[in-house]
Design a protein around this ligand. Sequence first.
Ligand code: ASP
Length: 583
Amino acid sequence: MYRTHNNGELRLSHAGKKVKLSGWVQTIRDKGFLIWIDLRDRYGITQLVLEEEKSAPELLEKVRRLGREFVISVTGIVIEREAKNPNIPTGEIEILVENIEILNPSKLPPFTIEDGTDGGEELRMKYRYLDIRRNLVKDKLIFRSQVAQKVREILSQQDFVEVETPVLIKSTPEGARDFVVPSRMNPGQFYALPQSPQTFKQLLMVGGLERYFQIVKCFRDEDLRADRQPEFTQIDCEMAFVEQEDILNIFEDLLKKLLQDIKGVEIGDFPRITYAEAMKKYGNDKPDIRFGMEFTELNALAQGKGFQVFDSQELIVGIAAPSCAGYTRKEIDQLIDWVKKPQIGALGLVWVKYNIDGSMKSSVDKFYSPEDLKAWADAMGAQPGDLLLVMAGPANKTRKQLSELRMEMAKRLNLRNPEEFAPLWVVDFPLLEWDEETQRYYAMHHPFTAPKPEDLNLLEENPKEVRANAYDLVLNGNEIGGGSIRIYNKEIQSKMFEILGFTEEEAKAQFGFLMNAFEFGAPPHGGIAFGFDRLVAILDGAETIRDYIAFPKNNAGRDVMIDAPAKIAEEQLEELNLRIEEK
Ligand code: ASP
């Protein structure tokens, strides 16, 4: 037996008890006549104490061999501490050591295992198993597990069946590249790793399960952006005999329950806005609504006053930054530089100070009277003391740039409070997206998403205008879930593939199995998938997902601990028919 108690457990009420504890050596303080050791395990830290005079020489010799992170087992008596430590639950007691067994020595760790020290990202990832010993990381993994358990509990209670779908599959188009796996037994052929279980969950609906969920790994070979992982986890769900409304209600409930049970936060009904509205008001299809600064379009007020820069533009749009009229020239110049940096790419920024005393001062005073500027402020619902920030240009591009500025201002003004939760649904996404470069349509969500029935007649003539029964759940400016009502009719599915540029043969070769299934009584169905890593991070008030993944990959998609991806042996290549012949 290694332990009678864990290291977070013992209290004053245990005094006098003989106990056995195991764990890692956190610190050793050797005062000569007294030696203290902090012993750590997953549950906490317990202080051990030895008195030189009263301890056997072999024991002392052993103790003086100990180093940080040695794994030891200790027997001793619980005693009351003289100097109590109110900061830890075991701070009133210590263990008077009778015997110590060294279970395993440790090399000096490359960084100290303490909350405040992590040795930097590279080192942490290389020695992730040591990093996980730190409370910060350990607690996040435990939190993730709790959320997963809660999700299982809530969905199971509602009759959802957890089904595992295969990992070695054929490509499903979700807009990213597939990771592929060569098949040794089928020379020249490859499996793809699922970008999501999309087609399988639809087939489970044809299979009559009616309610499916899975907490599942998905794989997307995308150019890595910050805080993206090539493999990530979804809570994937699908239901039969449902309309959009049913799905929104059920999964709104799921998030409400998670917020309540895990965070103790009660949230009312989630607002819903259309995609078109989100773009107009926030320039973004995943708006952060924890703060205002909504867009106001100023074309009618700002054009035709002799300011050429505005007159020639498609859109003039602004936000009112609360209580920023006091910005100095320098601060404003900084903002202008910020919007002009290549990542944002704006040509400039017009500013108007709506001063506390009601007076106006702007970068365009030459063209606009104080009354003109006051009319802008009124249109924006600005208050005296606000700073109006206005951009102009082609509509889509300008909205995007102003959205970035809105988020930046929120950050500077500390309006993105991680302990506040502001979910909303974005609905009525366009079905298709036109790509200028390849001159073709792409499915905005994926090719299985159903058009809105009332827009079906536009599918031939004006596909761009067709809206989909597709929805995203947005939380604090992050898309945490997305889904759609699916096509379940073979003709419409074929039409969709045609619009997406598949020939009939291609569609059949790639998705014949699904179209066939649709001919055997496929029920109406729809679903949603949540990004689990991100959801967990946001629930925990964090910005990055990496610490919520036990063994994450770095920004270049590498696992620096196991050093993957890596070359494989010549024989393996040969066996897999992957050896490139010398020509
Ligand atoms: N498979 C979709 C995705 O991964 C989710 C869904 O439509 O249910 O985004």
